[in-house]
Design a protein around this ligand. Structure first.
Ligand code: CO8
Length: 258
């Protein structure tokens, strides 16, 4: 399919849904998907009407990896000069919360795309892995770093060095997913979660994401200082006044910035 339909963009109120749309290739991530995804996220991230972005695939595959056919014959110089995969940084830079809704295969770049998101909701059919070693390469979209931070060195090495796949249960046990849901309830759970987050005040949601992510970048003392400053600053928002006053008055909060 063409660049225009490499992903499908849907809206459900304040929730945007980006659906990978290369079913015949198990949603392999080629340059068209990367450009379409980067453009969609750039537009949605600055849209004040969007509170959460869901990234998903089909029942059979979230994404079975970077597109091997597109990469197979490239030279090292071509890969380096085009800075292959750098377009995916747009996903990691997104300030709006991202939920990866993973059913079926999330392998290689697919697993790495899920790990760029903030919450990973897996159907019980999900399978995760970093099989690049079997292709003579290594993870190239952040897997060696994000997987190691997410699940620790020894679990990550097990996956990266053997290329073996793990099912949703094992992914849950090692902490690679936020939760596992039965296939029949999977999409309902994803949308309920997305709508809930999208209903909170966006300034505090962005602050929460930004602050939690600092934990992966800085020392504990710096991270705690960052948290304290952001916490204090949120008292300048109408949503803080509304949230706390609504609690005291025993009524639901009506956040302004959502
Ligand atoms: N790329 C391209 N095409 C793919 C990919 C892929 N990653 N995965 C599946 N497809 C295609 C198949 O070629 C097949 O196409 P066709 O019908 O034309 O033959 C179609 O999708 C259906 O796939 P299968 O027939 O293989 O389906 P099965 O249900 O039998 O198997 C699997 C499903 C197990 C998921 C299998 O397709 C598979 O192993 N896929 C590859 C998984 C993989 O290795 N992923 C990692 C890719 S590499 C990567 O993501 C990062 C590389 C880092 C490089 C660093 C550079 C800087």
């Amino acid at each position: 399919n063409t660049e225009a339909d490499a992903i499908l963009v849907e809206r459900d109120g304040r929730v945007a849904i980006l659906r990978l749309n290369r079913p015949k290739a198990l949603n392999a991530l080629n340059n068209s998907v990367m450009r379409a995804m980067a453009a969609a996220i750039a537009a949605l991230d600055t849209d004040t009407g969007v509170g959460v972005i869901v990234i998903t695939g089909s029942d059979k595959a979230f994404a079975a990896g970077a597109d091997i056919k597109e990469m197979a014959d490239r030279s090292a110089v071509e890969m380096a000069m085009s800075d292959w995969f750098s377009g995916w940084d747009a996903v990691a830079r997104c300030r709006t919360p991202l939920i990866a809704a993973v059913s079926g295969f999330a392998l290689g770049g697919g697993c790495e795309l899920a790990m760029m998101c903030d919450i990973i909701i897996a159907s019980e059919t999900a399978k995760f892995g970093q099989p690049e070693i079997k292709l003579g390469v290594i993870p190239g979209m952040g897997g060696s770093q994000r997987l190691t931070r997410a699940i620790g060195k020894y679990k990550a090495m097990d996956l990266i060095l053997t290329g073996r796949l793990i099912d949703a249960g094992e992914a849950d046990r090692v902490g690679l997913v936020s939760r596992v849901v039965q296939q029949a309830r999977f999409w309902d759970d994803v949308m309920t979660t997305a709508r809930m987050i999208a209903g909170f005040g966006k300034p505090s949601v962005i602050a929460a994401k930004e602050t939690a992510n600092r934990a992966l970048e800085v020392s504990l003392a710096e991270g705690l200082l960052f948290e304290r400053r952001v916490f204090h600053a949120l008292f300048a928002t109408e949503d803080q006044k509304e949230g706390m006053n609504a609690f005291v008055a025993k009524r639901p909060a009506e956040f302004r910035h959502r």
